[in-house]
Design a protein around this ligand. Sequence first.
Ligand code: NDP
Ligand code: 2IT
Length: 448
Amino acid sequence: MTDAQKYITAVQEKLAQKGAWEQEFLQAVQEFLPTIVPFLEEHPEYIEKDIVSLLVEPERIIQFRVPWQDDEGKRQVNRGYRVQFNSALGPYKGGLRLHPSVNLSILKFLGFEQVFKNSLTDLGIGGGKGGSDFDPKGKSDDEIMRFCQSFMTELARHIGPSLDVPAGDIGVGGREIGFLFGMYKRLQQYDAGVLTGKPLNFGGSLIRTEATGYGLVYFVKHLLADQGTTLKGKKVILSGSGNVSIYAIEKLIELGAIPLTCSDSNGCIYDPAGIDLALLKEIKEVKRERLTSYQAARPEAQYMEGSVWDQDIAADIALPCATQNEINGTQAQNFINHGVKLVAEGANMPSSNEAIALYLANDVYYGPAKAANAGGVAVSALEMSQNAQRLSWSREEVDHRLDDIMENIFLTCRNTAERYGLKNNYVAGANIASFEKVAHAMLLQGLV
Ligand code: NDP
Ligand code: 2IT
């Protein structure tokens, strides 16, 4: 073992001893650290200063009680969190997730990934993540409002435009950001830059809603262009039917690809003629119904229970857009056997480490989450810029900047991988390039 390998192994072992139950967090660290070994070998000063031990420790974690009353007047209580992971490059930035599975392991993995994703955007933002184990499914608008108000009652004292700027993630969209913003304003003052993903009439940015899905497809577009091909006529299988999936489907259709599937946590839709976007938006964004309604409205489509990744569907590209660890090794092998040559991650850490190893071993082009889904947070940073300037840019302007940012991220991944003799290994490229920037800033800022 080289010195760099010994060093990262020691860091990982120490971390596992401190919190063996933090499975998702340890997984994210285990995916990341081995890929930066070639960089550490070239730059022993990061080992001497033990920067990696600092980097795997969040700067601050806030945990709090969130009491609220349901529509029957019954008292409820949830756990709320904000993980302020790293501010070397700017204020903490990252989404809030509302899902019953939320715990500190999940938020630490999301915060850790966010630090490097945000570094890749080059927009001067640190990384954080937060949320609650509150389950928004089946709740009325009033219940959502009361929960968001209670959550913000505590969170407000820990955030600010130059301190920490939350946004959406699973279970948090424009409706929730509106309620959170209203309560922040009441407690503190009107400060548009304290949250991103706001509705358009009070400081939101055009294209923020679409940004993660559009950005994901732009990343794929630039990757394919580098291979001398385009999205035209490509068959794409996707998971999820939320914010990321819907706008990935929209951009795929616009660029001539054929999105064949989408899913929710109960089952999936396979529509051989291509997903009907207007119908999907009506069901998910307007009526907030389940995907079974899609099949009811479109009998030629098939609804199947279980994961989309277990199905027998021939495709060229896979875009996981639901949640972490949705693809295990068997499922990765299944879609590779069905022709998939490119995987790009809309969701955060959707592929298990076994699945990632299979992509690399089978020469499947792999766009890791921290690069491929960075469009969402990038447009959040553009929203912060617009708020600071008290200006709103046009749709075309934001969209154009998003496309440019995704191209730069792709080129950074490609060129960094090549520089280390790892051609086409975009995950190594993404990890090394993002680490280099964060770690260098930490080195210059001293032991803090
Ligand atoms: P939404 O809440 O809008 O949609 C989530 C989708 O994923 C739903 O279809 C949901 O199905 C499905 N899903 C969630 N949890 C599970 C689960 N445990 N098993 C199976 N399916 C599940 O969230 P987003 O679209 O915003 O987020 C999707 C992914 O993209 C997440 O990993 C998120 O971290 C990531 N992401 C989001 C960004 C953003 O800007 N919103 C930016 C970058 C990444 P159901 O309705 O049944 O729960
Ligand atoms: O995972 C992510 O990058 C997000 N949920 C978006 C974060 C943000 O601050 O826009």
